[in-house]
Every structure is written in C-alpha cells, then in structure tokens.
Design a protein around this ligand. Structure first.
Ligand SMILES: *Cc1c(COP(=O)(O)O)cnc(C)c1O
Length: 390
C-alpha cells in the first residue's frame, strides 16, 4: 500500500521550516506601557489590532494586551471582531471602519462599539437592533483628515437622530482622526484639535458628556492636546516609530517586536563575471561565495528588495544580489568565509551587534513600517515569545 503524504510527514517531523517569524509579546506589552507613561493614567489606551495585528497575529497580541490591562481593543472590521470573540478575547471592541455592511444580528452578540460616519446607512442598520440592546456607538467627525466622518456642522442633528432610536443604542463618544500627527511641527494637528474642541462646546453637544478620542500613536506621543479620554495606538505597539523616517524606535524608547530569520540552504562559489538569477540583474565582479536562502516574495519578502536589501549573517551585513524569487533570495557572502550551510540568516532583527529594523526595510522599499509587517506572508510560521521566555 502506498503511504499518504501526511503519514510520511508525521514520520519525519524535522525541525520545521527554516524561515520563521518570532513576535515578542513582552516587547508589545513594553511598548504599550511606553504609551501609557507618555499619556499618564487618565488617558485610556485601546490598542489597534486591525489587519491581523498589523500582520503579526491579532489573537496572541490581543490576549497579551488584555492581560496587560488594556480596557478594550480596536479592529477595522466586524469580521475581525468576530474572529477575536470566537477565540475567546474579552472586553469591548471598537469597529474603526464602522458598520461596513454588518447585519444588526451580527452586532448584537459581539459587544462591539462602531464608529458611525455615514448617517443614513447607520440609522437604517441600527434601527434593526432589538430595543434595550444599548449598543455603544461613537460619532466620527472629519476635523481635517478629509476621509471618513461627518462634517462638524452635521454632528448635532445626527446625534439627535440617534437619540430617536431609543435604547437600542447609546451614543457614547465623539471621535476624529489626525492627518499629520506624525510630523509634529505641522500646524494641521492643532487646527484639528481646535475644531473638535469647538464642537464639544456646542450647546447641543456639551451636555452629553461624550468621551473623546483623536490620537493614534503619533498623536498620543507628540500632541498632548489630542489625547482626549482615550487613544488608539497601533504602530508603536509593534515596535516602529510613528515618526519614521524623522526618528526610529530607539528615540521613542520602543522595543522591536519582530525577528525574521531563515537558514542558508546552499552555498556556491562562482567566478567573476557570472550572471545571477532571473533576468541576470546582477553579475559577480569578483570570485564570489553565494548563499541561497529559502525566503521570497511568497513569504512577503518584497521583490523590490532584490539588489537593494541587506541581511545579517554571522553578525555582519551581507547584500541581497539579483532578483528576489517567490521562494528564494541570493546573498553575497564572499566576505564571510565562516558562514556555512544551515547557518542562520536574519532578515529582520538582531544578530550580534547588527540590527535590521522594520523601519530600515521600509526605507529600502520607500514605504512605511506599517506596510512591511502587514505584508509578512501567512506562509511563514510564527512563534510568540511571552514574558517569561528567554
Ligand atoms: C489604524 C488606526 C489607528 C492606529 O494608528 P497608528 O498610526 O498605527 O497608531 C488609530 N485610529 C484609526 C482610526 C485607525 O484607523
């Protein structure tokens, strides 16, 4: 009888895939505390774990932050809220992207608090809730982001329309989002704060005692006037500075969260003048030692990193040469004669004295750290390090 593949695999478990991600939950919790220290205890920090925790794994991160005292969490979509609930995450969940097609029945069981910004759709959906539900909702105002939100003038009427839904809902908050908080010198942030404060003094709004939130990571770190009652840190929790490229994680006292490693699969020696890889985009200029490393754009190692990025081998930087393939990169290790097959290669994180941050990789790609972690491939196995792990 022929053996099935799974039988074969179970007989030779092996060490698992050479390419893996380690997410340091203790660092996430440290970064949360950095935020809390900046704001003081009177501002509640509700971590943002949308887009699967910026690509790093919403569930373990959500659990670690709830255990560390986070009063609630923010996600973008109702599907994300349902996934966290299904996995046992407790506490209220903010829906940053609002109702976004959610059915009233879906909302009722989840203990979610949507941001509302599109009056007609919101009123129609919320009218479908059972009386007495008391779903907490936050009204989103566009104070200058030019994106989601009601205009400030439309807010009083909308709040009164919400009142007419009776005890199905409770309008508990007024929220807005900052457009330029990551560049602290720009004047737009103060203007946005002023618009929200003016709205809060409006005679049809002031008596409501609404809870206010404007700040993302940059807002809560750099703009005390934007802190409100509660803030929504995202990127800083994941170990990158919201002020990149002006500043990096070190300046904010953050701890890096991601380590991405692989191992050398093959080493070859090539004479000078040897063209390498798809399209022959790199040709050796001297007799070269080349390492093949089993990671590629199929794992979220961006194809534009070819002939641009560096990795760490034996505590030293080494360039990625030629094109990035779906499953492989080639690294020039001519200057590292001690590196052999099976030795570790660090794509992100520390090796000895050297360190490659998410921010540095974002710089190679002319993008922001958010996109680097969001793009990390689901194919890469993840390990979560908790407080007690070494
Ligand atoms: C994603 C998001 C945040 C978090 O922003 P960071 O810059 O990652 O801190 C906060 N508020 C809203 C509305 C968001 O969409």
């Amino acid at each position: 009888m022929t053996k099935s593949l799974s039988e074969f695999a179970s007989r030779s478990p092996g060490p698992g895939r050479a390419t893996r991600l380690t997410v340091d939950l203790a660092a996430v919790v440290h970064n949360y505390r950095v935020g809390q220290q900046a704001t003081g205890p009177e501002v509640a920090l509700w971590p943002v774990v949308k887009a699967d925790g910026y690509g790093l794994g919403a569930l373990p991160i959500a659990k670690a932050l709830r255990e560390a005292g986070a009063p609630g969490l923010c996600v973008a979509l109702v599907e994300e809220a349902a996934a966290l609930r299904g996995a046992g995450v407790t506490g209220p969940l903010i829906l940053l992207s609002g109702l976004a097609g959610a059915a009233p029945g879906q909302l009722a069981g989840l203990d979610v608090q949507p941001f509302l910004y599109e009056p007609r759709g919101a009123l129609d959906t919320l009218a479908g809730l059972p009386p007495g539900r008391g779903l907490s909702v936050h009204v989103k105002v566009d104070t200058g982001m030019g994106r989601l939100g009601l205009s400030p003038e439309a807010v009083p009427d909308f709040l009164e329309a919400l009142d007419r839904l009776g005890d199905r809902i409770r309008p508990v908050g007024l929220v807005s989002h900052l457009a330029c908080a990551d560049e602290p010198a720009r004047p737009e942030t103060a203007r946005q704060i002023e618009i929200l404060e003016t709205l809060l003094r409006h005679p049809r709004i002031a008596p409501r005692g609404l809870r206010v939130s404007m700040a993302n990571s940059a807002g809560l770190l750099a703009h005390p006037g934007a802190r409100g009652h509660w803030a929504r840190p995202g990127i800083m929790l994941y170990g990158s500075s919201p002020f990149y490229p002006a500043a990096d994680w070190r300046a904010a006292g953050l701890r890096p969260v991601v380590t991405w490693t692989s191992r050398v699969a093959q080493i070859s020696e090539k004479p000078a003048g040897t063209p390498l890889g798809y399209g022959h985009t790199h040709t050796t200029v001297r007799p070269s030692r080349l390492a093949q490393v089993p990671v590629g754009y199929g794992d979220g190692y961006n194809r534009r990193l070819g002939n641009r990025a560096q990795v760490l081998a034996g505590g030293t930087r080494a360039p990625v040469v030629g094109r990035v393939c779906m499953d492989l990169i080639t690294v020039d290790i001519t200057h590292l004669p001690q590196v052999g097959v099976g030795d570790p290669i660090t794509l992100l994180g520390r090796d000895g004295e050297e360190f490659i941050s998410v921010e540095e990789m974002a710089g190679w790609l002319d993008t922001i750290p958010y996109e680097v972690t969001c793009a990390l491939g689901r194919r890469v196995p993840r390990t979560y390090r908790t407080v007690g792990d070494s």
